[in-house]
Design a protein around this ligand. Sequence first.
Ligand SMILES: Cc1cc2nc3c(=O)[nH]c(=O)nc-3n(C[C@H](O)[C@H](O)[C@H](O)COP(=O)(O)OP(=O)(O)OC[C@H]3O[C@@H](n4cnc5c(N)ncnc54)[C@H](O)[C@@H]3O)c2cc1C
Ligand SMILES: *[C@@H]1O[C@H](CO)[C@@H](O)[C@H](O)[C@H]1NC(C)=O
Ligand SMILES: *[C@@H]1O[C@H](CO)[C@@H](O)[C@H](O)[C@H]1NC(C)=O
Length: 409
Amino acid sequence: MLVKAARTWIRRNAGTATESADAVVVGAGAVGLAVARELALRGRDVLVVESAGTFGTGTSSRNSEVIHAGIYYPPGTLKARLCVRGKELLYRYCFEREIPHRQIGKLIVATRAAEVSKLEDIMRNGTENGVEGLRLIEGSEAMKMESELQCVKALLSPSSGIVDSHSLMLSLVGEAENSGTTLSYNTTVIGGHVEGNHLYLHFSESKALQNHAEDCAVLPQLILSPRVVINSAGLSAVPLAKRFQGLSHGTIPAAYYARGCYFTLSKTRFPPFSHLIYPIPEDGGLGVHVTLDLNGLVKFGPDVQWIDGMDDTSTFLNRFDYTVNSDHSARFYPEIRKYYPNLKDGSLEPGYSGIRAKLSGPRQPPQDFVIQGEDVHGIPGLVNLFGIESPGLTSCLAIAEYVVSKLSK
Ligand SMILES: Cc1cc2nc3c(=O)[nH]c(=O)nc-3n(C[C@H](O)[C@H](O)[C@H](O)COP(=O)(O)OP(=O)(O)OC[C@H]3O[C@@H](n4cnc5c(N)ncnc54)[C@H](O)[C@@H]3O)c2cc1C
Ligand SMILES: *[C@@H]1O[C@H](CO)[C@@H](O)[C@H](O)[C@H]1NC(C)=O
Ligand SMILES: *[C@@H]1O[C@H](CO)[C@@H](O)[C@H](O)[C@H]1NC(C)=O
């Protein structure tokens, strides 16, 4: 019973298995779903293929769920532009559909005099990026807003917030389906080939891969030649693109992976903070920060643990190690106490972890999102989405807009 949803979709597209088809989106995370919805709203017949048994089991459900303001990223980058635009679209989307979210604001804090100049840099970039309402405030003012906070100066970002990512994705799925999108779960894209400037996608049931040797010599159970292919496979977008035979490998960036672990705060009746609290960003991430979820749970994280890549099949099947080692809490306490000195011993419990899809390694400068269309690789209709780490959740609706605009050029 190969990929029943896909077969039905193919029949509707009036093609045999290797003939042309309309649009295929690889990956049902927040980004793939937002793109699928956008394509479907514009009249395309969309198939979303997802290797897992349902949507949103990858990075999209393993993050801070913060609606980022767009402060950190160098002006003019895709991260800066798509975050600021995405935030606007996301607040409106959530408001109109009653998706749980709250604009609680954020304080980025300098805990030592030496950090104040960094705060000023961040403020300058943020303002240039078009983030409204940013304000540098004295430590005393910040500590009046948050009685448990310790800092010498802070940057207040009133447009930052939190969102329930599962409700968001559920809504995107619903709207995509209402516009005729088909979702095929337990279906993996194992590669593809280019023939006459056209990309053919190779599919297999995920089950067929599960017990297979690591080099993934599995034969495709289905081959399709869609007009449009969006590779939004998250952590596996790079290894998947490398399996598109005939796609120039020179255009595909190197992939790096960095795990981020969260600890939750136990034994508190009331959350100690009402804003998101972020230290100055560190190498590879934004620093061990305080996030609140919509149920009032307080989380600290994520840290940065660089991990080695895996074989392709394991990335397709999301076999990353998500274990949160409770020993790591020893490193969290001193980090957190820099701005939250009253954090009690024994109050941190292992939470969950997520893995960042990075395009730069340890001690290398951060990279921008890489979104490549025909202009880069020469294959009409193919868009590869690489390095969609934070702020990818915030940006998902803007990424969708951007991808569709790339296709219509
Ligand atoms: C620790 C951490 C914290 C973060 N915090 C924030 C935050 O607060 N705010 C924010 O805006 N962003 C944040 N992000 C970033 C955000 O989570 C991601 O940018 C976003 O979720 C990426 O979505 P995606 O759809 O690209 O990827 P994913 O959600 O990973 O979806 C990709 C999907 O593709 C599927 N797939 C993979 N390979 C194949 C294949 N070969 N065939 C079929 N399907 C396949 C996977 O199973 C998966 O479901 C954070 C990320 C991390 C790791
Ligand atoms: C996906 O596979 C799992 C495990 O084999 C199975 O339990 C589940 O019902 C499948 N889901 C779909 C939508 O086919
Ligand atoms: C601000 O932007 C510049 C590029 O204009 C970049 O080099 C720098 O790293 C950014 N600083 C911060 C703190 O984000």
